[in-house]
Design a protein around this ligand. Structure first.
Ligand SMILES: O=C(CO)[C@@H](O)[C@H](O)COP(=O)(O)O
Length: 229
């Protein structure tokens, strides 16, 4: 079990350079199986990464297996696993377009069916962390701010978030699905930015009926209980 978990997480991490989502060692992918989380080690270049380097920890962050330190974002991943029951995989990157929206502190509007096929509404951007939160525990409080942002949102229907002044986190039912959602988010971020440049504002959101049609066709449930958008 543990070797298969490490293999899935290794293979998912190696998709990040394949899809052009990372530079140098930026970003990381994890997967939860029961009370064990496998995550990329900290500071390892992807072309140097080996399956045996993947670190196993418990839900409190205690290292169970691995010679290297786990990702510096581990506490963010763990806070999301503890609070979002529907997820088993998390990806964090500094992908350019999504990170630019995060640096601007702006939600990415649902303005196209590509977005709507995977994300049932705008991609929210969190508030900025306070100085105390940064000093106290930046990574844990990053997770807490994401959970706070999703108090009225369904993490199963919106599998991504922008952390203000930092970058995107995406998630899913597996490490591989969280990477898929990171690729979708990056494309949606780029297309929304270009659409806004073309329109000179907005961009205009798609209608709720088109959002429903596309998202529900793929996911078969009305998972988002927000207001008319
Ligand atoms: O967001 C950050 C740093 O700002 C991290 O995601 C690094 O980009 C990767 O850290 P490790 O996973 O290598 O510790």
């Amino acid at each position: 079990m543990r070797d298969e978990l490490k293999q899935r997480v290794y293979e998912a991490n190696m998709l990040l350079p394949k899809y052009g989502l990372i530079t140098f060692t930026w970003g990381n992918v994890s997967e939860r199986e029961g009370d064990i989380v496998a995550i990329k080690p900290s500071g390892v270049e992807y072309d140097m990464l080996r399956q045996e380097d993947i670190v196993l920890v418990d839900l409190e962050g205690k290292v169970l297996e691995g010679a290297l330190h786990p990702s510096s974002d581990l506490d963010t991943h763990l806070e999301l696993y503890r609070n979002f029951e529907s997820i088993s995989g998390i990806t964090h990157t500094h992908s350019e377009w999504a990170t630019a929206w995060a640096q601007a502190g702006l939600d990415i509007p649902a303005c196209g069916t590509t977005h709507a096929d995977y994300i049932y509404g705008d991609v929210p951007c969190t508030r900025g962390l306070t100085s105390d939160e940064i000093r106290e525990d930046y990574e844990l409080n990053t997770g807490r701010v994401i959970v706070e942002t999703f108090r009225e949102l369904d993490a199963a229907a919106i599998p991504c978030v922008l952390v203000k002044n930092h970058g995107p986190f995406t998630w899913g039912k597996s490490a591989a699905e969280s990477v898929h959602n990171a690729v979708v988010l990056e494309q949606a971020a780029k297309m929304a930015f270009v659409a806004r440049e073309l329109q000179g504002s907005g961009p205009e959101r798609i209608s709720q009926s088109l959002l429903d049609k596309h998202y529900l066709r793929k996911h078969g449930k009305n998972a988002y209980y927000g207001q008319e958008r």
